[in-house]
Design a protein around this ligand. Structure first.
Ligand code: GUN
Length: 284
């Protein structure tokens, strides 16, 4: 099957452009004697989380960001984790802090995210950053990387979201919730669907833009989309056939106007946005 490449929302090309621009900003910072620094905190040894963190370090090296890392045992107490975050808050060489989620159940994730310095919260998960983003007052320091990456990719591909009926199939604090204000900012009409939604196919198939983030490999088949829809696939499912998204790409691609591939779509945008947030943190 040949795919019309004009349909592909190319996260690889878009993220590469972003990274090239960041290299220039890193060089400008070097002239001021500043090396941007990103600290990652990993608790336990979940294989997927380990891969995500390793990729972040590789990306940092590519654009000239110094990475710091601590890996704590799965049995770590909340107090211990808070101490490590506070050390990074105080460290002037660290401009961005990322605590990899999920965290083990003895740790209250809300307490951890709230103790990250909001000016170093390059994930945009601190309640002050997420709250101000939602309020639309321009006072948030950072926007969560996946939603920011999605909107950046759509704008880069000249998708005008004004007036679009957008359906987000995800209500997480990481993706669905922060994506709502970003799409509202673009003047889309936004609906959020989730596991309690009665007629998911009905909602999706009326939408101009569908953001699919259920974590179920290839569940979005052609009946979920109207002809000419824009499809953003947030899924990252490891299957026996390799990495695949939540959208059945090959079954859907002929029907829709534009679609993000997996891999090569949203994941790369998320990674580039983290680098961008870290460089921005170092500049300010
Ligand atoms: N776990 C899954 N996605 C993310 C992310 O974007 N940031 C962090 N910190 N943890 C995650």
């Amino acid at each position: 099957m040949s795919v019309d490449t004009g349909k592909i929302l190319d996260g690889r090309a878009c993220s590469q452009e972003l990274k090239d621009a960041l290299k220039l900003r890193v060089a400008a910072l070097a002239k001021r004697g500043i090396v941007p620094g990103l600290a990652t905190v990993l608790v336990g040894d979940d294989p997927a989380s380990k891969v995500y963190v390793a990729n972040k370090h590789k990306d940092c090296t590519e654009v000239g960001i110094k990475s710091f890392h601590v890996n704590l045992p799965a049995s770590t107490t909340e107090g211990n984790l808070v101490e490590r975050v506070k050390e990074y808050n105080e460290n002037p060489l660290v401009h961005g802090i990322l605590v990899q989620l999920p965290l083990p159940k003895q740790v209250d994730v809300e307490n951890i995210l709230a103790c990250i310095d909001p000016r170093k919260d390059v994930d945009g998960f601190h309640p002050q950053n997420l709250g101000n983003l939602l309020r639309g007052n321009g006072k948030h320091f950072f926007t969560s990387c996946t939603p920011a990456g999605i909107v950046h990719l759509l704008k880069w591909a000249k998708v005008d979201m004004k007036g679009m009926d957008a359906v987000i199939v995800n209500r997480s604090n990481i993706v669905g919730k922060p994506l709502v204000p970003l799409l509202l900012q673009e003047n889309a009409t936004v609906q959020v669907c989730h596991t309690g939604t009665r007629d998911l196919v009905g909602h999706c198939s009326r939408a101009d833009l569908v953001v699919a983030g259920t974590g179920k490999a290839r569940m979005f088949t052609p009946e979920y989309f109207k002809k000419g829809a824009i499809v953003v696939d947030v899924g990252m499912n490891r299957t026996e056939q390799g990495l695949c998204g939540d959208v059945d790409f090959s079954a859907v691609v002929d029907k829709v106007a534009k679609i993000t591939p997996v891999p090569g779509g949203v994941g790369l945008m998320t990674r580039a946005m983290l680098l961008q947030n870290t460089v921005t943190a170092a500049e300010s």
